[in-house]
Design a protein around this ligand. Structure first.
Ligand code: DGJ
Length: 327
């Protein structure tokens, strides 16, 4: 009886809150005002008991970029939104924390540009919230990383500029803070053929020259990173634009050491298409070792604003293999 109670207490709330969204992918993700959550390619920061979900605002008409040699659909850049929650179920819209620029065509944040995959980390030393994001031109040739900073998790964030880390092309990305406070920027580089990991400076605002090439020539994007029992895990997608493909997980003993790509962490029906979604973040469930939420985007390339979200439980099995299962 005691064990049953313990099981119910520990697992039912989690099972409920992370299984619900898959069944109703998209429709379940409304904010507390009843509006669809607009936070794509997002990530979650857990800070002082609150979850902050940051993501791309996609609003307006999707069009195909004329003259593009690949299937390049785009929508005006809308900036970065933030939603807050205490339970991962109810999300309150907390504002546009980094707005797009409507007037200055030369700005990185102009609506004609690409602002994708924003991720926010907290720097304990500077007490600042640092946002890194993929900044691009509509043909994706600019290939840079932008950075913004704020004293508050709900912004406003001050945009500091963009760079090509150590001169390298940089597109899909995430940032990861290790237990020792060092932060790393994972970015798809070299025309997306090879992933890089750059160590950020102590204030997290710039790249150091420590920049490691991993998954060389494997063409991976949409990186999501987490650590479990001293090992580092990286889930990524293949490169097929907005169309779904098979995910892969890679593991390393040392974050700047050798990363080995294994296979698909997804199980069951539609696993070869990541359930028609693409990774964006892996959120550790506080207090539940080895339990995570796999956050993914179900892109609607013909109407990007209508893209949905897919959140699934991710667990690590006894052999250290990550497993994502549809409900
Ligand atoms: C795949 C990336 O993961 C997305 O963030 C976006 O850049 C699309 N490609 C654009 O086609």
């Amino acid at each position: 009886m005691r064990n049953l109670l313990l099981f119910l207490l520990l697992f039912l709330p989690t099972t409920f809150c992370i299984s619900q969204p898959y069944k109703e992918a998209g429709s379940a993700f409304k904010d507390t005002d009843g509006n669809p959550i607009n936070a794509h390619g997002g990530g979650v920061l857990y800070h002082n008991g609150t979850y902050y979900w940051y993501g791309e605002i996609k609003r307006g008409k999707t069009h195909k970029v004329p003259g593009s040699t690949w299937e390049n659909y785009r929508v005006n850049a809308g900036g970065v939104s933030c939603y807050t929650s205490n339970d991962l179920k109810k999300w309150k819209f907390s504002g546009v924390v980094l707005p797009a620029n409507k007037t200055d065509k030369t700005s990185d944040l102009h609506i004609s540009k690409v602002i994708e995959r924003p991720k926010v980390i907290y720097n304990k030393k500077t007490k600042q919230f640092v946002m890194w994001m993929h900044i691009d031109s509509e043909d994706y040739a600019y290939a840079r990383s932008g950075v913004a900073v704020s004293n508050s998790p709900t912004g406003p964030f001050k945009y500091l500029g963009s760079e090509r880390p150590n001169g390298n092309m940089a597109r899909d990305m995430t940032v990861f803070v290790d237990d020792d406070g060092k932060a790393y920027h994972f970015y798809s580089s070299e025309e997306n053929a090879t992933m890089h990991i750059a160590l950020l400076t102590d204030d997290y605002l710039k790249h150091t020259t420590t920049d490691k090439r991993i998954l060389i020539g494997l063409s991976r994007e949409a990186p999501a990173v987490f650590k479990y029992q001293k090992k580092y895990y990286l889930i990524s997608s293949g490169c097929t634009g907005w169309s779904p493909n098979e995910a892969n997980y890679a593991v390393a003993d040392d974050i700047l050491g050798e990363w080995k790509a294994y296979g698909n962490p997804c199980l069951g029906k539609d696993a070869d298409k990541t359930y028609y979604a693409q990774s964006t973040f892996v959120l550790p469930i506080p207090g539940k070792s080895g339990k995570y939420i796999f956050m993914a985007d179900q892109w609607n390339k013909l109407d990007l604003e209508k893209s949905k979200y897919l959140w699934l439980p991710l667990t690590i099995n006894s052999r250290g293999i990550p497993e994502i299962k549809p409900n």
